[in-house]
Design a binder for this molecule. Structure first.
Ligand code: AMP
Length: 324
């Protein structure tokens, strides 16, 4: 049994960025997620591919020792296809084409092993499919992602799925759209009312924020000069986050915060090259180096301040501000 199970798209993408394009790029929410999470824990993928998915496409799963027993191959079928484009605002992906192909009639029947996974990630795919997988797994902690397409065309189904997870991980534009509320703090409160205990909002190059009913935490993104292809940033963020939670086995406040930092670091590697090209070459020491830098540039205290403050006093103030 793997500690962490992920369902989502395994895709062939066609990507255009201001710096280059690639017609056939290995992608998909489950792909980026599982490659990222595999640096922290043992991961298994639930999904479906077509006959056009090559041994080269599949090699990254084997290289990262990701369990593919629940990755079905449909003879004669075509793999999920997504075409996307980015302008100089790399935080916004413009979808040019989405072809569900083999995902159109995917009916996930999980193996007994997969059903026992303690951590589950419902990657971006139709919300009904996410719920079908969720209902089969008796997990301790379940997180999910989604995107504007499903908020547009399957809103009711999506809200039902959000109601059966512990954490929702989405970007700021999606949060505003889902809550129908332009203010992000109010949007976060409205989304927490839908059921999840935790909401993580990704803000691209500006970082990420965590909302619970009574706490708030935010971090910048790792500063990068060369962002090449942002595809999969959100999934590799979720992979680092969930991978770290599964590795530590607890859900304490500081573990969750560290998970967000690991997620941000994995996303920073992911965006440096097309597909998972950079992520798959990462070494544990590269992660450690970025972790040390992150610690350095987010650190501050009041120890030698003429007006020292206790941490607990500040914590209460933050909580009170959100509770208003
Ligand atoms: P991200 O950049 O992390 O939001 O995710 C990018 C990945 O999502 C790409 O590799 C696509 O293959 C995949 N993707 C795009 N649209 C969809 C969709 N409607 N359902 C599932 N996966 C999608």
């Amino acid at each position: 049994m793997s500690s962490l199970l992920a369902v989502g798209s395994v895709a062939i993408d066609s990507i255009k960025t201001p710096f280059g394009s690639r017609d056939r790029s290995l992608g998909g929410s489950a792909t980026h997620f599982s490659v990222s999470a595999s640096f922290f824990t043992d991961v298994a993928v639930v999904g479906v591919i077509g006959e056009d998915f090559t041994a080269e496409d599949e090699s990254v799963f084997h290289e990262r020792e990701i369990n593919t027993n629940d990755l079905q191959r449909v003879p004669g079928g075509k793999t999920f296809f997504w075409a996307g484009e980015y302008g100089f605002d790399l935080n916004t992906a413009h979808t040019l084409d989405t072809q569900l192909n083999v995902f159109g009639d995917f009916n996930p029947k999980l193996s007994d092993e997969a059903k026992k996974s303690p951590y589950l990630f419902l990657g971006n795919i139709q919300p009904t499919l996410q719920r079908e997988v969720r209902s089969q797994v008796d997990a301790r902690f379940v997180a999910m992602d989604t995107m504007n397409l499903w908020i547009d065309i399957a809103r009711d189904e999506l809200i039902k799925t959000i109601g059966v997870v512990d954490a929702l991980i989405i970007n700021d534009a999606e949060a505003r759209q889902l809550a129908q509320e332009p203010n992000l703090i109010k949007a976060a409160k409205a989304i927490l009312e839908m059921g999840p205990k935790m909401l993580l909002i990704k803000r691209g190059e500006y970082g990420a924020a965590l909302f619970t009913r009574d706490t708030y935490f935010a971090t910048p993104a790792f500063p990068l000069e060369n962002v090449f292809d942002p595809t999969g940033a959100g999934d590799s963020f979720a992979g680092g986050f969930m991978g770290y939670l599964a590795q530590t086995g607890n859900l304490e406040d500081m573990t969750v915060r560290r998970g967000i930092i690991y997620g941000s670091i994995m996303a920073s590697f992911n965006v440096e090259e097309f597909s998972c090209d950079r992520l798959r070459r990462v070494k544990q020491e590269d992660i450690q180096n970025r972790l040390d830098q992150f610690n350095e540039f987010t650190y501050f205290d009041f120890e030698d301040s003429p007006n020292p403050r206790k941490r607990s006093a500040r914590k209460v103030a933050t909580t009170a501000a959100l509770a208003k």
